[in-house]
Design a protein around this ligand. Structure first.
Ligand SMILES: Cc1cc2nc3c(=O)[nH]c(=O)nc-3n(C[C@H](O)[C@H](O)[C@H](O)COP(=O)(O)OP(=O)(O)OC[C@H]3O[C@@H](n4cnc5c(N)ncnc54)[C@H](O)[C@@H]3O)c2cc1C
Length: 452
């Protein structure tokens, strides 16, 4: 398990420390949380209590009320589960750069969990050498630590898959979930701590711009497990056949919970493999290969969110077709407000706005059409990422960046050449009609809107 922990600085464990500090960032959950287990083990080894904290930063890049609510619902579950293990969670409001330097003064060691993108990484790079004690980062939200699979960006799922399966069983088969581990916790009131209370109270205290409705999904480990059990009982068997039918409901809905670290991919994979009587391979292909390929992309490619991050063949072909005439060009506001000529595209955009989760198959069509109807590929990528990050509960995630970039050729091969797209794979509404009953999908979304 502790092969997942990596020391980030050259500092020793501080002998005068009052506590082990577990700064939860990416995996607020008790189940299958190797960072929590590592923290408990350190606390027992050093004979000092464990201080578990979460910092809510109201200015977190691109986060809005929909995201904060889901996050806080998850924190409530997490705190309750910790309490059942005689541990506690302290929530702070502010930014990490202000809070961690104060708390670290009394810490023997700091342990945190890993994010592959986002502000935490930049901050850790800046601060880790200035800390007075050692800092460990634990890879909690991935089945195999990112560097273990390969030391470079992989070209496609085909090249990634082989390397992944060489390592995966070491991790998937032997991962522990030691829910009985116990240690003392740190209980003194600390400056800046948010008083505990209902979610609405905490949301009221925070200074977050509203303007986007909540999602139909409720956050937290408990809800994640309910969704997972429902998926296994009712949907998994037909997942390979129906997963690309947006008019039906055959997906697992795990992505928001995975994004917020409220459930572990290892737990999902193990439960699905154990309980799924058949057809679980195609699900594991998405959960393990596609998801971790996206992490590989964002981890090794600093241009994961822009044109430069594409394969050279994609850039070449898109450049060759840069000046092709576009039949339609829409602005960000047109896209955002569902003002295109295409009823199917508008329905997909509405689904995302209303529910916080667009069906996976429609996401491909949605992204391809943004390529087709944008003035340049650069603008198309920027629009798709901005909308995805704003409205999707699972947005701001490696999967979101890889998904958008896939629409522009990433992890794909060249197809036959055509206007605007060049050799990038094309999708059109006739394809939607051939594949599934797209009109009943539109109807489903219209009903959602009417019932708002
Ligand atoms: C333009 C575009 C944008 C996308 N944006 C996001 C995003 O912001 N966040 C996000 O998590 N996914 C994103 N995806 C990938 C995929 O559509 C979603 O992961 C999936 O629809 C989530 O629903 P689910 O959990 O019910 O999926 P299921 O089909 O039940 O899959 C289970 C899990 O497998 C993984 N998975 C499934 N499909 C993919 C895929 N194509 N690539 C990588 N991992 C996959 C996810 O972790 C998912 O939760 C995007 C895809 C595209 C084409």
């Amino acid at each position: 398990m502790f092969r997942r922990a990596r020391i980030e600085n050259l500092k020793e464990i501080s002998e005068k420390g009052d506590y082990v500090l577990y700064w939860v960032h990416a995996s607020p959950r008790c189940s299958y949380n190797p960072a929590l287990e590592f923290s408990i083990e350190k606390s027992l080894e050093l004979g000092i209590p464990l201080l578990i904290i979460f910092i809510i930063d109201e200015n977190y890049k691109e986060a809005n009320i929909r995201h904060y609510r889901f996050l806080l619902e998850g924190l409530e579950d997490f705190r309750r589960d910790l309490n059942e293990r005689d541990l506690d969670l302290k929530i702070f409001r502010g930014d990490s750069a202000g809070i961690i330097p104060k708390l670290q003064k009394r810490a023997a060691v700091i342990i945190t969990d890993k994010n592959y993108i986002g502000p935490q990484n930049e901050w850790i790079e800046k601060i880790s050498e200035k800390l007075e004690c050692s800092l460990y980062i634990v890879e909690t939200n991935i089945s195999v630590p990112v560097r273990e699979i390969t030391d470079k960006e992989e070209y496609s799922a085909a090249t990634f898959r082989k390397k992944y399966w060489k390592k995966a069983h070491e991790y998937l088969d032997h991962e522990s979930n030691n829910e009985n581990m116990r240690c003392g916790f740190f209980f003194e009131n600390l400056e800046g701590e948010i008083e505990s209370g209902e979610i609405e109270n905490i949301l009221d205290q925070l200074n977050i711009a509203d303007g986007i409705g909540t999602s139909k999904f409720k956050g937290g480990y408990k809800r994640a497990k309910e969704e997972l059990n429902l998926f296994i009982e009712k949907k998994l068997e037909n997942y390979p056949e129906y997963r690309n039918y947006p008019n039906l409901d055959y997906l697992s809905n795990m992505s928001p919970y995975l994004h917020f670290g409220q459930i572990s991919p290892v737990e999902i994979a193990r439960v699905v493999a154990e309980k799924g009587t058949k057809n679980f391979e195609s699900y594991l292909e998405e959960l393990l290969i596609r998801r971790e390929l996206a992490i590989n992309f964002c981890f090794y490619n600093p241009n994961y969110d822009n044109f430069e991050g594409l394969h050279s063949w994609s850039k070449k072909t898109l450049n060759e077709h840069r000046n092709d005439e576009r039949e339609h060009i829409y602005s960000f506001e047109d896209f955002e407000n569902c003002r295109t000529h295409d009823v199917y595209w508008n329905a997909a955009q509405k689904e995302m706005i209303i529910t916080g989760k667009m069906h996976g198959y429609m996401r491909m069509y949605w992204g391809k059409k943004i390529l087709e109807w944008s003035e340049t590929p650069e603008k198309g990528i920027a629009v798709a990422i901005r909308l995805n990050n704003k409205y999707e509960l699972d947005g701001r995630d490696p999967n979101g960046y890889a998904g958008v970039m896939w629409c522009f050729g990433k992890h794909d091969r060249a197809w036959s050449e055509r206007s605007v797209f060049g050799k990038i794979r094309y999708m059109n509404s006739a394809g939607l009609k051939r594949k599934f009953d797209v009109d009943s999908y539109v109807e489903k979304i219209m009903n959602l809107q009417e019932n708002l």
